[in-house]
Design a protein around this ligand. Structure first.
Ligand SMILES: Nc1ncnc2c1ncn2[C@@H]1O[C@H](COP(=O)(O)OP(=O)(O)OP(=O)(O)O)[C@@H](O)[C@H]1O
Ligand SMILES: [Mg+2]
Length: 228
């Protein structure tokens, strides 16, 4: 059976670091799961997401997504794979400041022909309107992202990750700036959108108050066995 994520024998060390940041002998995620990956600050959550996104390349191990071995791909191939299959909500959102909200959301579609081919391009306008309406950012579509509140920027980042129906959303603590009420609302919306667009979710956070909302919780320290 093909797993959504299948990690085996992974080791990652930053070039300047004395020791490994990640040593994961095995970690699997199946399609349709919503995973809460918990770990304290500095434990390697962002590092793991960047490896799964193919931004960082591990020194050892096999990292398969949808049966495809990222570790066997070149940087260009990994970029293409990310563009086609993944939606990444970055810890600091990574929105492009000189572009409008709409342009930011369209970016993954414009950059990846394969992602474009997953949707009916003539309907892009409708797809964006639908997602943004649900996220409550329809009225700011033509504003510069620098003119938005943090909460609004966060929702733009979600819209950008979802457009073009990726198979997997990697979310890096996108709720850290929200209060509890808004956090639960935001998460319910994210779950609904993932369901509607057929995406699985890997969500990392150091905030355990939201873990009950996910289908499975994984402690990074349980899968990451670095020996100091
Ligand atoms: N570019 C880098 N070069 C060297 N070390 C790094 C680099 N980026 C991160 N690290 C180190 O790797 C470890 C894991 O960092 P990472 O950003 O993955 O943690 P995190 O769990 O995402 O933390 P947070 O919850 O604060 O976002 C930390 O000790 C950090 O100092
Ligand atoms: Mg982080």
């Amino acid at each position: 059976m093909e797993h959504l994520i299948d990690i085996q024998g992974l080791k990652y060390r930053y070039q300047t670091a004395q020791q490994e940041t990640l040593a994961i002998s095995e970690f699997r995620v199946e399609k349709g799961e919503s995973i809460f990956l918990y770990g304290p600050s500095g434990s390697g959550k962002t590092t793991l997401l960047e490896i799964l996104a193919g931004i960082l390349k591990p020194q050892k191990g096999v990292v398969k997504i949808l049966g495809q071995d990222l570790s066997a791909k070149s940087e260009t191939e990994r970029d293409q794979f990310r563009g086609e299959h993944l939606g990444y909500i970055f810890q600091n959102f990574n929105l492009i400041p000189y572009l409008s909200v709409r342009e930011n959301i369209e970016l993954p579609i414009r950059l990846s022909a394969r992602r474009r081919s997953r949707i009916d391009f003539g309907k892009l306008e409708n797809i964006i309107s639908d997602i943004c309406d649900r996220l409550g950012i329809l009225s700011v579509l033509d504003r510069r992202v620098t003119e938005l509140s943090i909460g609004q920027q966060q929702r733009v980042a979600v819209a950008r990750a979802l457009v073009g129906q990726p198979d997997l959303i990697l979310a890096d603590e996108p709720t850290s700036s929200l209060d509890m009420d808004h956090r639960e609302k935001f998460l319910n919306l994210l779950f609904d959108l993932c369901k509607q667009y057929g995406a699985s979710l890997l969500f990392v956070s150091h905030d355990r108050s939201i873990q009950h909302m996910f289908s499975r919780t994984v402690f990074l320290s349980d899968i990451n066995k670095i020996t100091p």
